[in-house]
Design a protein around this ligand. Structure first.
Ligand code: 5RP
Length: 227
């Protein structure tokens, strides 16, 4: 059934609710960050008595989970999670993503790495042929920011320091974010490995090593499952 009038916000609600079927009863679930994940957290609250709790990828998600009465565990307390549910700024047909629009990419990658399955929830605007349309977030150690910006320039990119209220945005980890435009990421695995090797890079927002195993894509024809 087609719903041409659904807004982007309503598509996010649909996929947030659809993700509940991947939550394993009695277990701890990995929870991402962002407006789509907020819909998932709201849905998770309706089954909170059926789960043990969550491992969270940001202070913002932790606050929302706790406000809804969902226990939050430190990632070090949990060896492995069955599932990690998070949004994306871009996703391609193979499950590679660009993430970090909400500046939570480092903790997102950590929780994704300790999870057996990454379920990406996104509205249809996030699906791309090739990564590189959305400015690529890169969390950096502040003293390395300018050198890293020059390394991106040598690749044809243009890096801008992300600001908040006129000052450099400071992440949950006390670092800065560069947003890089003008990149064409034809080989996400090779790109992620390359940028990871630059001194001062904390996390690059390409998720190829921690790619999605499933994507629940909110479309006006309903939720499509890409595997
Ligand atoms: C936060 C993220 C988010 O998952 C990404 O920015 C998508 O956010 P939204 O669901 O609000 O569009 O990576 O760091």
């Amino acid at each position: 059934m087609t719903h041409p009038s659904l807004t982007q916000d309503e598509l996010k609600t649909l996929v947030g609710q659809a993700a509940l079927r991947y939550v394993v009863p009695g277990e701890i679930v990995g929870v991402g960050t962002g407006s789509t994940v907020n819909k998932f957290i709201d849905a998770l609250a309706t089954i909170k008595d059926q789960i043990k709790g969550a491992v969270s990828s940001s202070e913002a998600s932790t606050a929302r989970l706790q406000a809804l009465g969902i226990p939050v565990f430190d990632s070090n307390e949990v060896e492995q999670l069955a599932v990690y549910i998070d949004g994306a700024d871009e996703i391609d047909g193979q499950g590679h993503m660009v993430k970090g629009g909400g500046a939570a990419l480092t903790r997102e990658k950590i929780v994704a790495a300790q999870s057996r399955l990454f379920v990406c929830i996104a509205d249809e605007s996030k699906l791309v042929e090739q990564l590189g349309r959305f400015p690529l977030p890169v969390e950096v150690i502040p003293m390395a920011a300018q050198r890293i910006a020059r390394q991106f320039a040598a690749m044809g990119g243009s890096a801008t320091l992300r600001l908040k209220d006129g000052a450099p945005l400071v992440t949950d980890n006390g670092q800065h974010i560069l947003d890089v435009t003008g990149l064409r990421i034809a080989d996400p695995l090779a790109f992620e490995a390359q940028v990871n090797n630059w001194p001062g890079v904390v996390t690059v927002g390409v998720f190829a090593f921690q790619k999605a195993g499933v994507c629940l894509l909110g479309t006006r024809d309903g939720v499509k499952t890409l595997e």
